[in-house]
Design a protein around this ligand. Structure first.
Ligand code: FAD
Ligand code: UDP
Length: 364
């Protein structure tokens, strides 16, 4: 049997970055991917109407890591884009994340500056020194009305769990602002890959042996390798020996419309109305010009592809059991959103893959 230096399971960011880096120093690498495409959940493609769409939910690239930006810039040029997202409540669109404009819109005020906005929020927020869950996190920064209108039901829809049973880190992803910054993210670098994400992966993997439609479980006995990099769900790797780790999934409904645009923003969130959480029209972010548009409604669900690790105490404890046995395995590395059971973004995934490469590069 032919033996590779590294068998890499999964062609998302974690697997592809490591494949590219290890290949670049002369290691013999094989990537296997169970789907019929590379790119993991960041995959995008042109649909029948020629609209560039994101297959697994909107992927808005942003980073503060200079290292990640310059590494990925070897494989793509960028379209600078500051993402604007709105929240729709009773058919009115509000600035989101909450900022001074939202406070004025929602409470019918005319707060003129940051001090006034801060004073107003101070009068609303609850005295919670150390928020212990996703509900307390918002109450501590913005109070009950904002929490109930913008966060409570969205979070219940998204996770199928009450915010009091979810980690504070989930809602802490969303800032509460006193200025009028309308951008979804405050990150200094925000941009979309000029020719789409799939092009990044094509460029990264262009000289690397790759087998699509290949599940690790079906081929693991048949492929010889010295080291294994695994980016799939960690519980599946160990055949669920401690029980299943919960993941949240999504059902996407794509609709192509015979008009240039459907909405004015790349994303509109529906915290309280409809069964979907959001409608995405990615064309606004890709800056693509074409006569038709494709929108996507996202319906969260339990079963299906594992998209989101669910940050809460009991899940972390279960993950730790897997992590413990994983750490004992020699020459086997678990990395990425599913293998580390961590709610991380693309840039964080790339950063941890680059960090792992730094450790591996001097080994045999
Ligand atoms: P993945 O992209 O999930 O890749 C893992 C790959 O492994 C998959 O292709 C899978 O098919 C394959 N695999 C699994 N098991 C096996 C097996 N047994 N055999 C072979 N192959 C296997 N990040 C951002 O920065 N900005 C965003 O706006 C953003 N939006 C998101 C929206 C949604 C709906 C989701 C789900 C995620 C979003 N992310 C976003 C996060 C981003 O998708 C992840 O950070 C990134 O994809 C993680 O890369 P990864 O390689 O760890 O995992
Ligand atoms: N959230 C919310 N209302 C919104 C948007 C987000 O309550 O309109 C909460 C919700 O719990 C969500 C979390 O904030 O899961 C993180 O939102 P983000 O937009 O970062 O989620 P992602 O894009 O990763 O799905």
């Amino acid at each position: 049997m032919e033996r590779v230096d590294y068998l890499i399971v999964g062609a998302g960011f974690a697997g592809s970055v490591l494949a590219e880096r290890l290949h670049s120093i002369g290691k013999k690498v094989l990537v296997i991917e169970k789907r019929d495409h590379i790119g993991g959940n960041s995959f995008d493609y042109h649909d029948e109407a020629e609209v560039l769409v994101h297959k697994y939910g909107p992927h808005y690239f942003r980073t503060e890591y200079e290292e990640v930006k310059s590494y990925l810039s070897r494989f793509t040029e960028w379209i600078p884009h500051e993402y604007i997202i709105k929240a729709s409540i009773k058919e009115r669109l509000y600035s989101f994340p909450i900022n001074r404009n939202t406070l004025n819109q929602f409470f019918g005020l005319s707060l003129k500056n940051e001090e006034e906005a801060k004073e107003f929020l101070d009068s609303k927020k609850e005295k919670i020194a150390d928020p212990k869950n996703a509900e307390e996190q918002v109450l501590a920064l913005a109070g009950k009305e904002i929490y109930e209108a913008f966060f409570k039901n969205y979070t219940i829809k998204q996770w199928g769990i009450h915010p009091t049973d979810l980690d504070a880190s989930i809602t802490a992803r969303i800032p509460i602002r006193t200025n009028t910054d309308e951008r979804y993210f405050g990150t200094s670098f925000q941009a979309m890959p000029k020719e789409g994400y799939h092009k990044i992966f094509e460029n990264m993997l262009k000289d690397i042996p790759l087998k699509l439609n290949t599940d690790f479980n079906q081929v693991k006995e048949k492929i010889g390798y010295k080291k294994l990099i695994y980016t799939g769900p960690i519980d599946a790797f160990f055949n669920y020996r401690f029980g299943k780790l919960p993941y949240r999934s999504l059902h996407f409904i794509f609709k192509t419309l015979d008009k240039e645009y459907f909405q004015d923003y790349s994303q509109v969130n529906y915290p309280n109305e409809h069964d979907y959480t959001r409608i995405v029209e990615i064309k606004h972010a890709t800056h693509q010009k074409c006569p038709k548009t494709t929108i996507v409604e996202e319906y969260p669900k339990d079963e299906g592809e594992p998209f989101y690790p669910i940050p809460r105490k009991q899940n972390k404890e279960l993950y730790k059991q897997y992590q413990k046995v994983a750490e004992k395995l020699k020459n086997t590395y678990f990395i990425g959103r599913l293998a580390q059971y961590k709610y991380i973004n693309m840039d964080q995934t790339v950063k941890s893959a680059l960090d792992l490469f730094e450790k591996l590069k001097d080994e045999d």
